[in-house]
Write a protein that binds this ligand. Structure first.
Ligand SMILES: C[S@@+](CC[C@H](N)C(=O)[O-])C[C@H]1O[C@@H](n2cnc3c(N)ncnc32)[C@H](O)[C@@H]1O
Length: 564
């Protein structure tokens, strides 16, 4: 019930904002608020809330398809056969098999505001949406269907995100990105928008008369009102190959080009003589030309130093400067760039040495255009785990794309990362790889439906996702076999996995042995076993909103449990 009330409040807040923003008439809004208040389930409340959101201020208008309302409870049931433990660690990751709408509702019970990073890669293009789509949309993936499917799921995702540092990323193709961005703007607010970056899908292409499409997009949003501090990307430090007596604190260094240059706009204040080791040196190395420039005879771009007098004095005193003889025997000045520090100016205009924890380069919106973020890379990675992976799963995302997104946006080494369109499980591999790199204890939660395809007769979750995780985490297949390429060059990641299925039970006490109280196991929700039946009934009724509650059925159930 508590979850239902929270959802009602957030929907009503949104409707009230829309009155203020003049998107919806006050009288209509009041009626919708009244109906939201009378809703009996989260599902119903969201559907009613949508009546007030059909026309978007952004101009986004789509025909909403609603989730089917049912009077059954969807709950998590552990699949013991697919789950596995690792006695060396207490990290337990999760894979939830079933529709992600139900998975997200169940996660609200345990993970409200606890998820740090969400990555999703919803089906677009020609993908099918599996059982969910078959039931709701006759499996046709129109834009209306895509937006209708995403809308209630993103509302739930927002409830799961950590309010302070939560971020959500969404991969989307160029055809849909503008629409999906509008939907995200509606839900997270434009204030939460971080970036829409292109991502390379493939390098080349077939010869064709139409333009070759070689990128899709990653949309990024933060929880509204929060500033996300992005970390630095790792630097290729192979060019920092020199060291001096400061190597311990400053790290290795590389020599920059000469301090003088003639390719930028001339500045008189940067054109001065430097006296060093008994020599007087002029920019460009020629005294007569220096005199001429000082007398006003200079070109638009002409010789000067890169550093002003004060910075040079500071650099020289602090050993950031090296003098070497040039080819003509004349001395030339070079500056050092150290890995771990740089010369900076404070607010009073004084220079100081700024030490970085770790040198790095800034991520940019072009950071995902490197080949290791392409689909080709993703395919090669999956090929190492499954022979002919392309038959089993088309276009898995590459591990590097997702690990970059996590690394750049979240410094917590025990972050919880959720992917609710998990497909082949790339997000899990990205989390495990990051943990290996920095000894982190991040946890992944994957949700994916069990879409059946001609090559996956048991469904993708059974035939691909769970198998991939078992192989890379334990080094073995479920049948004990080690017959896959990946294990020849990699150590298994370790850690345990709990696999859950979404199961259904009627919300009322009817058939013996099939009440919510019989089948829902609190240990699937990270709780110890209840020591008494009353607590269990209370917990189920307050967390599974449509449980039909009547004292008689409680009593009957209690009697039955006691008989067992
Ligand atoms: C584009 S793929 C994701 C690929 C994934 N990023 C990877 O690297 O393997 C989308 C996946 O979401 C699944 N899916 C679609 N609709 C879903 C739903 N309503 N609930 C759960 N999973 C869904 C599809 O079966 C498909 O496997």
């Amino acid at each position: 019930m508590e979850e239902l009330e929270k959802m009602k409040k957030s929907l009503i807040d949104e409707i009230e904002r829309r009155i203020e923003d003049k998107i919806i008439e006050n009288t209509n809004a009041q009626l919708i608020i009244k109906l939201i208040n009378s809703a009996e389930s989260i599902n119903e409340a969201i559907m009613i809330g949508e009546l007030g959101t059909t026309y978007k201020r952004t101009g986004l208008h789509f025909d909403k398809r609603f989730e089917k309302l049912t009077n059954t409870i969807k709950y998590l049931k552990k699949n013991e056969e697919l789950s596995f433990k690792d006695n060396n660690t207490d990290i337990k990751h999760k894979l939830i098999i079933g529709d992600n709408y139900d998975a997200l509702l169940n996660l609200l019970i345990t993970h409200r505001n606890k998820i740090d990073v969400i990555y999703i890669d919803p089906p677009y293009s020609k993908d099918k949406m599996g059982g969910f789509a078959e039931m709701n949309y006759e499996n046709s993936l129109t834009r209306d269907n895509l937006l209708s499917m995403l809308y209630p799921r993103l509302l739930l995702a927002k409830e799961l995100l950590n309010k302070e540092n939560g971020v959500i990323f969404c991969s989307i193709d160029d055809r849909n990105q503008a629409y999906v961005k509008c939907l995200f703007d509606e839900i997270f607010g434009e204030i939460g928008f971080l970036f829409a970056a292109p991502r390379i899908t493939k390098k080349g292409g077939k010869s064709t008369t139409t333009i070759q499409k070689n990128h899709d997009y990653v949309l990024a949003y933060a929880m509204p009102g929060n500033e996300i501090i992005f970390s630095l990307d790792e630097l290729d430090d192979s060019s920092y190959n020199l060291e001096d007596e400061y190597v311990e604190e400053r790290g290795k260094y590389k020599l920059n080009q000469c301090l003088d240059y003639d390719s930028l706009s001339y500045s008189k204040s940067l054109d001065y003589p430097i006296e060093i080791e008994g020599n007087i040196i002029y920019p460009g190395g020629d005294y007569d030309k220096y005199k001429a420039r000082q007398a006003g005879d200079y070109k638009k771009s002409d010789w000067a130093w890169r550093w002003g007098k004060d910075k040079f004095k500071f650099g020289l005193e602090n050993n950031f400067v090296v003098v070497k003889n040039g080819k003509n025997g004349k001395p030339r000045i070079y500056t050092k760039t150290y890995l771990n520090c740089s010369i900076e100016k404070n607010d009073n205009g004084e220079f100081y040495i700024k030490y970085n924890d770790k040198a790095g380069k800034y991520y940019t919106t072009l950071s995902f255009m490197e080949n290791d973020c392409s689909n080709d890379f993703g395919k090669k990675e999956l090929d190492k785990i499954f022979k002919n992976s392309n038959d089993l799963f088309k276009n898995p995302k590459p591990v590097n794309l997702i690990s970059k997104l996590i690394k750049m946006s979240c410094t917590k080494k025990d972050a919880i990362i959720l992917d609710f369109f998990a497909g082949s499980g790339t997000t899990a591999q990205a989390v495990l790889e990051l943990n290996r790199e920095d000894k982190g204890k991040r946890q992944f939660i994957l949700c994916t439906n069990n879409e059946v395809t001609s090559m996956n007769p048991n469904g993708i979750a059974y035939d691909v996702t769970s198998k991939r995780l078992k192989r890379i985490m334990t080094g073995k297949c479920y049948d004990g076999n080690e017959n896959f390429d990946w294990i020849r060059n990699n150590e298994p990641y370790g850690d345990g996995l709990n696999v859950y299925e979404i199961e259904t039970v009627a919300n009322f006490e009817s058939t013996i042995g099939k009440t919510p109280f019989d089948v829902i196991d609190e240990t699937s929700y990270e709780l110890p076993k209840f020591s008494n039946i009353k607590d269990k009934i209370e917990w189920i009724c307050s967390n599974f909103e449509i449980t039909e509650r009547n004292i008689e059925s409680d009593n009957e159930w209690k009697n039955r449990m006691e008989e067992k």
